[in-house]
Every structure is written in C-alpha cells, then in structure tokens.
Design a protein around this ligand. Structure first.
Ligand code: SF4
Length: 550
C-alpha cells in the first residue's frame, strides 16, 4: 500500500475513469483476473497442489487455480494436441487445455551449477518426457508435467536451490542477469549480488504477489547490455557514476507484446546497495498506481507512457523512497556490439568462457545432462543460460578449450554457429501454447537448415525471430526480420499457417521497432524462399559496410 502521507501531484492529477488504480481508491476488482487475485493470493496455491491436487489428480483442480493461480508457480496447462491454429480464438479455454502442464523453472541471472543443471536434466527425463527449452528470459521450460509429480519436482529443484516461484503470473518474474557477471573483463559492474538480494528480499513475498500484470526485471553490468534493458518493465543497467564508482542507470516501462514500447530512463544514478529498495519502490509504484481494469493496458509501460519519466521519478522518490536519487549518466551503447556471448573468449582471470547454440533453444534433458558432464569433466562448475536461448560454460583452462569445443559440437551444440543458427529465435508455438496460431520451433529449426544450405557464407549478422501469435515471446518487433504467426491466404482461397513480416527492428544505439509492411505476408511453406529473397536483395543493394539492421 502507498504510505498514508502520499501527497504528490499524482494524487491530484485527473483521475482516469475506473482504471482500477489502488492508490486512487479503486479497490473493487474490475475484471475476472483481478477478482481471482482478490479472492486468494496466487502464492497460496502451492499448499493446495501439495496437499490436494497432486493426490486427487487433475480433475480435482479448482478452475480458478488451474487457469489462474497455478501460474504463480510456473505452471500453465499446455495446449491439447491436434487443435489447429484456426480454433485458438474460437474455443473456450477449457477446450484448449491438455491434462499436462508446462513448468517454467526460473534461473535468476541465468546462473547454474553442474548439480543444478543435472537436476533439471533428470527432471526433464523422468517427469517431462525429455522436453526442455531454454527461453529468451534465461528460464528452462519443461512440458508434459503431470500434477501428481509436481511436489516431487519441487523437492528436487529446491534441494539444489532452484524454484518455480513466481515464474509466471502477475508477479515479479525471473531476474535477468549477464551470464558473464563477475568474469568479463569489460563489464561495468558485477550485478550478481544485487540479483541475489532482490530475489531474497522480494520474490515469493505477499507484498508483491498481486501486481496488475507480469513484471520483468533486468539487473546487469554487462558492457554489451545482453539482458536488453530496453524491453524490461524495470531495468538496472551498469554505468559509471558521477564520482567514478560503478552503479546503475534506471529504466522503467519497456515491453513488447501487441503494443511495444521501449523503457524510459529516469535519469537517476542508483548505487549498488540501493538496488533492492529502489526495485521495491518501482514495483510498489506499479502495484499501487498500475492500471487494473483492462489486461491489455495493465503493464507498467502504459503508466509510464501516461505519466512520463519525470512524474514517475517524482512519485518513486517522494512517496516510496523518501529521498531523491542523484542524477546520473546514461549508459553508453556501442552500435556494433553483439549481445549473445557466443564463442570462445578470455575471462579476466585468464581462463575462458565458451558460449554455444542449441537450435532455437531446444535442449532436451539428455542434452542438458551431457552439457553438465562436459562442463564437469573440463573443470567447470558454472553454466549460464542467456537471454538469447543460448548456453555458456565458464572457467575453462586454455589447454582444455579444444576438447570442450569438440565435445559440444559432438552434441550439435555449436560454438561457431552459422549466422542463422546464432540469431534465430522461436517461441513455444502451437506444439504446446494455447494462444498459438502457428507452429514455430520446428519451422524455425528447418528454416535455419535451409538458409545454411542456400546461403552458407552470408556475411552479416541478421536476427530472425518467429512468434506463434501476436504476443511477442520471441521479440519479433526488435528483430531484423520479425515473423508474427497468423493465418494467411495461400492464393487459392485457403487459410493456411503463415506470417506477417516486420522488418528493421533492433535494440542498442539505433533501437527501433520493426516496420510492419502492409501486405507483406508469407505462407509458412514459402517462408524459406521469402527470407532467401530478402537476404539476397540486401546483399545486392547494400552500400559499403551497411549492416542488415540499417
Ligand atoms: Fe504462445 Fe504467442 Fe507467446 Fe508464442 S508468442 S509462446 S504462441 S503466447
């Protein structure tokens, strides 16, 4: 709740009609989701899963828990097999439900030990039919999970310090962090401590378990800004402060989905020891002033857009922190930097890290078990997930690099991937996602194979991202070529799976959302031909030194 003494202009500004902002006195739920959250905190479902649902089975689950509160523990029902994308919008949610779950394991900062990775691999094999996907938020997602097995899975995860708490839901989700935190010689600041502190202080706390909508955090001192501060709800991006000591530049209000917005700088400098309380302040502003009437206008980005950064900062400082943050410098973005940490690179302690690419993030349990073994036999106990659906092994001695690279390549984990393997991402898609209209993962994998065959020496970095619906789980608006799944006409009057094309998106110095070119759609079958044409045309027409993104 906001402090009783809250007095800033925010309280006197024109109240928006029934946006459901708690701080303005609108406490009655204005939609079903808000009602569910008011009826019972999402965090309370854990005990019911352990005591009741896992014992009595799927049919015993209260629908309000099944389609609502289960998310607070990373559980969604997956899409029932065989329902085509044309039915997504017309069927009731229960008609799309399978009796199995997707389970999202949060990996804050992307940080895993060998034991943790091995545990995830075992759970995948024993309880999830071998499935595992690395997401672009550094999580691992399993599928085919049965409710009966959830308590055992939690026990195994918690025994190695992992959890699914608030991995989904209207809550603070996984905290992104640079996979190279603490080892990269170019990093601005090692933010591992701040990530751990925010996790310990606030994750799983009832104070923040009922936010207006999902809430995504990035805390990173990476010099290539690999955790994408531009598109997080709140982001702390490493910067050297006014007195020469490192700290953070604070951003709020980024997000993609159907109404993309880049985060805005508040212009403050946040000291490392202030991160946890400033995070709590920003999250409290969202909790209390965020819009709760319409789900599609509930993300913090809408509040930030309406208020602007100056007012947001004023409310944060006066009503929540009780002190003013100093002004600070802006992050310095380098136009040419790649953010994915792929390849073999030297650490600041003289050892090496090795980043490698599974195809479109797909890394089955058996593969993860092999990665754990390869890391261990080469002397490493630190594996990292990245925000690009990739993996990194840290702490490799120079004389073991060749052996490690060979072992990874033997598992089809490319340390020197083609540009297409390296920079193509896909969301879950119709295989498991109830919102999907088209298939994505297999299609993206075969697209990579086709492009590698047709354009083996394509010289430029080019990002190709595929989504299965208008949401943006695979960041289509910030890809060079973004592909939004939808039904399209095949020219003979049939509605078939296809994509709306967005061109020219990107992040960094020239951040821009891809332009949706009117009429630019392709059927899924024609996708490789279409992409090949676009890339060949670029090669023919580009000026000297011009990158694809420009
Ligand atoms: Fe599902 Fe759409 Fe997200 Fe893909 S983009 S995972 S289809 S909600």
């Amino acid at each position: 709740m906001p402090p009783a003494s809250a007095t800033t202009g925010s309280k006197t500004s024109r109240p928006r009609r029934g946006e459901g902002q708690w701080a303005l006195g609108y406490r009655e739920p204005l939609n079903k989701n808000e009602e569910n959250k008011k009826n019972d905190d999402g965090l309370n479902v854990r005990q019911r899963i352990i005591d009741v649902y896992s014992k009595a089975g799927f049919d015993s689950i209260d629908p309000a828990d099944l389609r609502g509160r289960f998310r607070w523990f990373g559980l969604y029902t997956q899409r029932a097999p065989g329902i085509d994308g044309g039915k997504t919008a017309v069927l009731e949610p229960e008609e799309l439900d399978d009796r199995y779950f997707m389970m999202r394991i949060r990996i804050d900062g992307g940080q895993l030990s060998v034991a943790q990775l091995r545990t995830i691999a075992e759970i995948s094999t024993d309880y999830a039919r071998g499935t595992a996907d690395i997401t672009d938020r550094q999580n691992v997602q399993l599928h085919w999970v049965r409710i009966e097995d959830v308590p055992t899975i939690w026990e195994k995860l918690e025994a190695v310090g992992l959890s699914t708490t608030e991995a989904c839901g209207d809550a603070p989700r996984v905290i992104l962090g640079c996979p190279l935190a603490g080892i990269d010689e170019n990093e601005v600041i090692d933010a591992s401590e701040q990530i751990a502190q925010v996790y310990e202080d606030h994750i799983g706390s009832p104070e923040f378990s009922n936010l207006p909508r999902k809430f995504k955090t990035s805390i990173s001192g990476c010099s290539s800004y690999c955790t994408n501060h531009e598109i997080n709800d709140v982001a702390f991006a490493g910067v050297v402060g006014p007195d020469g000591t490192p700290g953070f530049d604070l951003f709020v209000g980024g997000g993609l989905s159907t109404n993309p917005m880049f985060a805005q700088r508040l212009g403050t400098f946040v000291r490392p020891d202030q991160v946890s309380e400033v995070w709590a302040g920003v999250t409290s502003v969202f909790r209390d002033y965020g819009y709760r009437r319409l789900r599609h206008r509930a993300r913090i980005k809408f509040l930030v857009k309406d208020w602007g950064p100056e007012k947001f900062r004023e409310v944060l400082e006066k009503e929540y922190l009780g002190y003013a943050l100093p002004d600070g410098p802006a992050v310095e973005l380098d136009p040419g930097t790649r953010r994915d940490h792929i390849g073999v690179h030297r650490q600041r302690d003289g050892r090496y890290y090795v980043g490698f690419a599974p195809k479109v993030g797909r890394a089955p349990g058996e593969m993860l078990a092999r990665v754990a073994e390869i890391a261990e036999t080469h002397g490493s106990d630190r594996i990292r997930t990245t925000a690009d659906q990739k993996l990194v092994i840290l702490d490799i001695d120079e004389d073991k690099i060749d052996s490690l690279v060979a072992a990874l390549e033997g598992e089809d984990l490319r340390v020197r991937p083609s540009v297409f393997r390296r920079q193509t991402m896909a969301c879950t898609g119709i295989e498991f996602c109830k919102l999907a209209i088209v298939e994505t993962k297999d299609r993206a994998a075969s697209l990579i194979d086709e492009l590698e065959r047709r354009l083996p020496d394509f010289p430029e970095p080019v990002t190709i991202n595929l989504n299965g619906c208008p949401n943006s789980c695979a960041r289509i608006q910030v890809a060079d070529i973004g592909l939004k799944g939808q039904l399209v006409s095949d020219g003979e009057g049939n509605q078939v799976e296809g994509f709306q094309v967005h061109l020219g998106g990107g992040m960094g110095l020239n951040a821009a959302f891809g332009r949706k070119v009117r009429g630019l759609k392709t059927t899924a079958d024609e996708l490789p031909d279409y992409i090949e044409r676009v890339l060949r045309r670029f090669l023919e027409q580009r000026e000297d030194g011009e990158a694809f993104a420009t």
